[in-house]
Design a binder for this molecule. Structure first.
Ligand SMILES: Nc1ncnc2c1ncn2[C@@H]1O[C@H](COP(=O)(O)OP(=O)(O)O)[C@@H](O)[C@H]1O
Ligand SMILES: O=C(CO)[C@@H](O)[C@H](O)COP(=O)(O)O
Length: 502
């Protein structure tokens, strides 16, 4: 019997899944971690922690499943996007990785915009220039930590580091590379135009593979650390958005996913790179350099629920979901703007923070929790509206991420979008997508499409919108947008005041 392994490096945890070739999950092992935030707006993590989580979960998944390591035919990866890992010539990290949710590089973002101008940004980047993306984070290191910058020899994305520790090969893939702001999305290679203009050496950046290309084999050392067999094929993998889309069977035009992970995304598949003159969505490569996705992204989705749970000292998701279900739509007249770590689509503004509007003496923790779930869904609705405005359509919307474990949150989303939602049968769609890539790269599946046909199944549950709830939410959605427009200025001022105190 053959088995496949998929490893997803998330923002708050790393998960390893083993499945058989029909997509039956045999084991999932996870390790949670927290990123460090030494200053307000900073988000960084030591890549060694990711590798440790990878070793522990791989060994644990093998142990739980009882599958002999030689039966694992291939391994692949899914990873949190945009962040930068910098290695010196001895392959050691020169400093902690700077993550996608890091807001320190506001000045470098402005410098890139000033230096290149909006016309070139539209043409070369096809994406908004935003903090937390690899290029501005790298420029921050150049300006603020010149000693570290001088030591850099290799630059890569987070999951590329764990693939490197597994294989000894430094590489990236089109989907993740296209989300760095250093890549030519249309041609599918590192952009000499961008890098030369900003005086960043092109040779920092590794060779790129397609998601299903072989990128090496497990080394003797990694075999000792993970329990895998040396020589096992390692397949490149891709960005979490692309791998999760594969794990949801969302692989061609007409499909879209809405993900509530730590951050949140609405992701449409497209047959060509979609230009957005307003630059408030992202256009990235898909699982090969001739596939694309258009994405609206929010910064704090599951993170918002995690935050309110922490504040209200709620630890049990079952209870959280039960209490939120007992509150009527609208949370008793409470709106939440989930801009805890700034916002990408549609505002592209790192200098925002969150807002509760409508607190009163009867507002309790259940109302606050439900308002947070609703606020996240309103922000994702914003993403959908922008994508629709670009002409993107979907016949199927598939809900994914940790938030899809919550039935009330799924219903809130469906009611707010006014759309039915399908949910994949496995809770770890990005891992499943990575395992499908592993199966494709090792020839078990003929293609990613074939892998999806064989391994992706949906839950026997389609969440459908309630018309009356949708009507109520339309009014709240109008006020949600209005609340931002009316208070943006003051939110920015308060945010900056708060940052100055840190
Ligand atoms: N049972 C649940 N009910 C409600 N929300 C949940 C549940 N499980 C996870 N979540 C939400 O999902 C988030 C984690 O999603 P996940 O996709 O695992 O994130 P990541 O890949 O970023 O680590 C949590 O922060 C939480 O908000
Ligand atoms: O930022 C994006 C997409 O632009 C995310 O896909 C991140 O890569 C992290 O995802 P989560 O770990 O928050 O789900």
């Amino acid at each position: 019997m053959s088995y496949l392994m998929g490893i997803d490096l998330g923002t708050s945890s790393l998960k390893t899944l083993i499945m058989d070739v029909s997509g039956h999950v045999k084991a999932i092992s996870a390790r949670s971690y927290q990123f460090a935030s030494p200053h307000n707006g900073y988000a960084e993590q030591n890549p060694g922690q990711w590798w440790q989580a990878c070793c522990e979960t791989t060994a644990e998944a093998l142990r739980i499943s009882g599958i002999p390591p030689h039966a694992v035919r291939g391994i692949s990866f899914s990873g949190q996007m945009h962040g930068v890992v910098m290695l010196d010539s001895s392959y050691r990290p020169v400093r902690p990785a700077i993550l996608h949710c890091d807001a320190r590089s506001s000045r470098q973002v402005e410098e890139i915009k000033d230096q290149l101008g909006m016309e070139k940004i539209r043409e070369w980047f096809m994406n908004p220039v935003y903090t937390g993306f690899l290029l501005p984070s790298l420029l921050w290191v150049r300006e603020e930590e010149p000693g570290n910058y001088e030591k850099i020899r290799y630059v890569m994305l987070p999951k590329d580091y764990i693939r490197f520790r597994m294989t000894g090969v430094i590489a990236s893939d089109y989907s993740d590379a296209s989300a760095t702001l250093a890549f030519d999305i249309k041609k599918g290679c590192w952009s000499a135009n961008i890098l030369n203009s900003l005086d960043v050496p092109v040779d920092y950046f590794p060779e790129c593979f397609g998601t299903a290309d072989t990128a090496g084999t497990v080394t003797e050392q990694a075999a000792g650390e993970t329990g895998l067999c040396a020589g096992t094929r390692v397949v490149a993998g891709g960005s979490d958005q692309v791998m999760q889309a594969i794990g949801n069977g969302s692989i061609g035009p007409g499909f879209a996913t809405v993900n509530v992970g730590s951050s949140g995304q609405v992701c449409f598949q497209s047959a060509h790179p979609v230009s957005n003159p307003d630059l408030n969505t992202n256009t990235f490569c898909g699982y090969s350099k001739d596939r694309w996705i258009t994405m609206g992204a929010i910064m704090s989705a599951g993170l918002s629920l995690k935050w309110i749970n922490g504040v209200l000292r709620q630890t049990d998701y079952r209870q959280v979901n039960e209490e939120a279900s007992a509150v009527l739509p609208g949370s008793g007249g409470l709106l939440f703007l989930p801009y805890l770590t700034g916002e990408r689509t549609p505002h592209i503004n790192p200098n925002l923070t969150g807002l509760f509007l409508g607190l009163h003496l009867n507002t309790g923790r259940a109302e606050m929790t439900r308002a947070v779930m609703e606020g996240v869904a309103f922000a994702l609705r914003d993403c959908m509206e922008v994508c629709r405005g670009l002409g993107l359509q979907a016949d199927h919307i598939i809900a994914s991420g940790g938030g899809a474990r919550s039935i009330p949150w799924l219903q809130i989303q469906s009611d707010i979008y006014g759309l039915p939602l399908k949910v994949a049968d496995t809770e770890e769609q990005a891992c499943l997508g990575a395992a499908i890539a592993a199966g494709t790269g090792t020839g078990i599946y003929q293609s990613i499409e074939d892998g999806c046909r064989q391994a992706v199944r949906y839950r026997d549950l389609t969440v459908t919108p309630s018309e009356s709830n949708h009507r109520i939410y339309e009014e709240y959605y109008r006020l949600f947008k209005e609340a931002y427009r009316e208070s943006r200025n003051i939110i920015e001022q308060v945010t900056l005041l708060g940052r100055n105190l840190n």
